[in-house]
Write a protein that binds this ligand. Structure first.
Ligand code: GDG
Length: 466
């Protein structure tokens, strides 16, 4: 069996004993079992434009290959094309898209730099798995260098509808880059459908089967592979906090109140202002919860160099102030807003202690927080997940209370429904949700993806680059 080579914008921390997060958990084992390699940016931004500071390190039997970015590459590739063009447009925010020619040029150049660094380290039998929107052109850059490997791509964010994707400048180029992969994986069936509809309208590809296409003599597979979490690990973490505080002690003090929890990167796609409006509506509509209901929003800082992120941050500060100013009294404030990242164990514990997980992104590829909230619950006294219909996770988690995050009334009513839900219904919903996330966990995700990639026929002829 060939070695697995994973490429993503950032690599996981292979030196760490316990891996956290879907990507690191899912891929860590597969890398170890094949003695694989993980390549990505090391997070350093250096002054000199040409230096990539390539580093090759080995942890157990896994090799880590990392490079630095120059100031200009960070600005134009990472903050620019990836996060001011692709991220907003793939999340349906064309209004926030800020396209510049230099962004696209640099995005292509950094992908070439990744390919130039990686190519000398590749063996013929390697299986290459490329992750996410930062690296769409990587396969075409590798092919240009003569690579005939089987190369798979997985998109962690949504693939938008035809109209939205075709509004992205250079979408035709992005499409041709995607078609250099042998397997193109998405989070949901809806993403697959969007991509296939786009291909039907905007390209000459021939559909051999619903998810199998022929293009320029090559065969390409398309599929949905919903990412999952390590359910057992997250559940175990939720029992005891990082400082060893027994859950029951914290729980007793928290459960006297009625706690709603959300945890997101502070990102405009996550729907935080809309969620705050819905919570305010809930307080307005059901005053019996005044003095009791608390909404704890953990918003870890993210991409602070992009102005849209600074804007949402000040909007939230203003909204929190307004709601608390209106309702708080001496011993109660309705919104607790924490604009920092907290330790993962604490997050798990807080999930378990909260009656409602309010996860209402405006768009999300999957949303792992929704799955983590379910994993953290006590099956004998489980909390309720309220989930946006626009999170990829909603395709699988039909037993959550599914809401339209733009509809303030609907979300406020879902909070009320959760607050009054009988225990038997809570347990029944949780049982189904837990079995769903356990069946489709991180391990299953990588097994399914890699099995599909191994079974595709490599159709790029060796020694004949396109
Ligand atoms: C992208 C896609 C897709 C959050 N706050 C804290 C914290 N977190 C952790 C969560 C979770 C992770 O960060 C966030 O994952 P999500 O899936 O919710 O969202 P993105 O970061 O946008 O991820 C998404 C994902 O890729 C995987 O394919 O699901 O749709 O956008 O694990 O727990 N962790 C800690 N402190 C925090 O304050 N330690």
């Amino acid at each position: 069996m060939g070695r697995l080579v994973v490429v993503s914008n950032r690599t996981g921390d292979l030196g760490k004993k316990t891996q956290t997060g879907g990507l690191a958990v899912g891929i860590g084992d597969a890398l170890k079992s094949s003695g694989g390699m993980w390549m990505g940016w090391n997070g350093d931004v250096v002054d000199s434009p040409d230096s990539s500071n390539t580093q090759l390190e080995t942890y157990e039997n896994v090799t880590s290959l990392t490079i630095s970015l120059s100031v200009e590459e960070h600005e134009n590739y990472y903050l620019g094309f990836a996060n001011k063009v692709l991220w907003p447009s793939f999340h349906y925010r064309l209004d926030l898209m800020d396209y510049r020619t230099k962004f696209a040029k640099c995005y292509a150049a950094v992908n070439r730099k990744f390919a130039n660094t990686l190519h000398p380290h590749l063996r013929d039998s390697d299986l290459i798995w490329v992750h996410d929107y930062h690296l769409i052109p990587l396969a075409s850059e590798l092919r240009r260098k003569g690579s005939a490997h089987r190369i798979g791509f997985f998109l962690h964010v949504p693939f938008p509808s035809v109209d939205v994707f075709s509004a992205v400048p250079r979408h035709g180029w992005l499409r041709e880059c995607l078609l250099q992969y042998d397997l193109i994986g998405f989070q949901t069936k809806n993403d697959v459908q969007n991509f296939c509809s786009y291909l039907k309208e905007h390209s000459e590809v021939k559909f051999l089967a619903p998810n199998l296409i022929k293009w320029r003599g090559r065969t390409i597979s398309i599929g949905d592979f919903p990412i999952g979490i390590d359910v057992g690990q997250f559940s175990a973490m939720s029992h005891v906090s990082d400082k060893g505080i027994e859950l029951e002690r914290v729980r007793r003090s928290l459960l006297k109140r009625f706690q709603i929890i959300s945890a997101d990167r502070l990102d405009y796609s996550k729907g935080l202002p809309e969620r705050m409006k819905a919570f305010r509506k809930f307080l307005d509509s059901y005053p019996e919860y005044l003095g009791r209901a608390e909404y704890l929003q953990i918003a870890s800082p993210s991409r602070e160099d992009v102005s849209a992120y600074a804007d949402i941050r000040s909007e939230l500060e203003q909204m929190t102030g307004a709601v608390n100013g209106k309702y708080a009294d001496f011993n109660w404030a309705p919104i607790q807003y924490i604009n920092q990242s907290i330790p993962r164990e604490k997050l798990a514990l807080l999930f378990r202690c909260s009656l409602i997980g309010l996860i209402t992104p405006l768009r999300d590829g999957m949303n792992l927080v929704a799955k983590e909230y379910i994993a953290a619950q006590d099956p004998e006294d489980p909390g309720i997940l309220i989930l946006s219909k626009f999170a990829g996770a909603a395709e699988e988690l039909g037993d959550a209370l599914i809401v339209n995050p733009y509809d303030t009334n609907e979300v406020a009513q879902a909070i009320r429904k959760a607050a009054t839900m009988p225990m038997e219904e809570r347990k029944a919903r949780h049982r189904t949700l837990l079995s769903q996330i356990s069946d489709q966990d991180a391990q299953q995700w990588q097994n399914e993806y890699l099995a599909a990639l191994r079974s595709v026929q490599a159709t790029v002829p060796r020694s004949a680059p396109p």
